[in-house]
Design a protein. Structure first.
Length: 311
């Protein structure tokens, strides 16, 4: 017979081996001693757990930093594309000037997240693809769009409204499909205006408070359209009190001024354009006109839907 001893908290505990027929030693503990050992181990574990819990709760009443709760829904999506450092900045300098993390922005009072109705049955979930033609220099990086908040009661005031166009006749589809609420990018759900530049205009029926405009061009095959310009006006000719909400014509090829917005791939989630100024005041107008030139691969101008969210 052999023995194996373990010392814990000043006390020795013994395990004895018994030689079996196969000439192997099998360890058998002294039952009474091992029961005591098990009790001591349990007590030690509970003591450690209690210490950790107390350490985590200590700052709640005694000051110090505490973990803040998760932010509101507005903080879920990325807020912007990755920030780039100035040219020539070295690695050490970039590390030293890394901005501190900021707290999530609070949701404004009486505001709700804008719902574009992009359910799985409402859109064509096309497999993402990329245009093989020349990509413009101002093409943006695709990042998840941050949540957009609007006042309660905001709705799509363009639904079933009258649509006019630069073209008397369409190549495919009817103009009223642009405001019929259907966002699918199938062959019978698009309105083809031919090779651009072209425009489609929505008449809201009366002066409206406009918080956002959402545009869906044909997206079943990803396309990059040139010279997308969104304007709001008081008159049908789009000549009185014209305000430009979006302009990605980077070289003024459309003749309406050089724009600073970025080019984008057409996708099922659409292009969302804010109708508010820097102070958050929504623009007011009756007519919303969306200009579009041909795609970078020579594609014709094809609209799926135009939504205008306001009151």
């Amino acid at each position: 017979m052999q023995q194996l001893s373990v010392r814990l908290m000043g006390t020795r505990y013994t395990m004895r081996s018994v030689k079996t027929v196969g000439a192997e030693h099998r360890w058998r503990p002294d039952v009474s001693e091992m029961r005591v050992l098990a009790s001591l181990l349990c007590a030690a574990c509970w003591g450690c757990a209690g210490a950790v819990w107390l350490a985590g709760c200590g700052d709640r009443d005694g000051g110090g930093s505490t973990t803040q709760p998760a932010g509101p829904a507005s903080a879920k999506p990325p807020t912007s594309a990755p920030t780039t450092q100035p040219a020539g900045a070295g690695g050490a300098e970039r590390a030293a000037t890394k901005p501190a993390a900021t707290a999530p922005a609070a949701v404004p009072a009486a505001m709700v997240e804008l719902d574009l109705g992009l359910t799985i049955d409402a859109v064509t979930r096309a497999t993402p693809g990329y245009t093989k033609g020349i990509r413009p220099p101002h093409l943006r990086e695709e990042v998840k769009r941050k949540a957009f908040y609007v006042p309660e009661g905001t709705e799509n005031v363009a639904l079933y409204t009258h649509v006019s166009s630069s073209e008397k006749d369409t190549v495919l589809g009817d103009l009223d499909q642009i405001t019929d609420g259907i966002k699918k990018s199938e062959v019978f759900e698009i309105v083809d205006l031919g090779v651009g530049p072209r425009w489609a205009q929505v008449d809201l029926g009366r002066m409206r408070e406009i918080h956002a405009v959402a545009i869906w061009h044909f997206y079943k095959n990803a396309t990059i359209y040139n010279d997308v310009i969104v304007q709001v006006a008081d008159d049908e000719a789009c000549a009185r009190n014209v305000r430009t909400l979006f302009n990605n014509d980077h070289d003024n090829s459309a003749g309406m001024g050089k724009g600073t917005d970025t080019a984008f791939y057409t996708r099922w989630w659409g292009e969302l354009v804010s109708g508010r100024d820097a102070e958050g005041t929504p623009v007011r107008g009756r007519y919303v006109r969306v200009h579009t030139a041909a795609g970078v691969g020579g594609e014709s101008v094809r609209f799926v839907e135009i939504d205008v969210y306001g009151k």
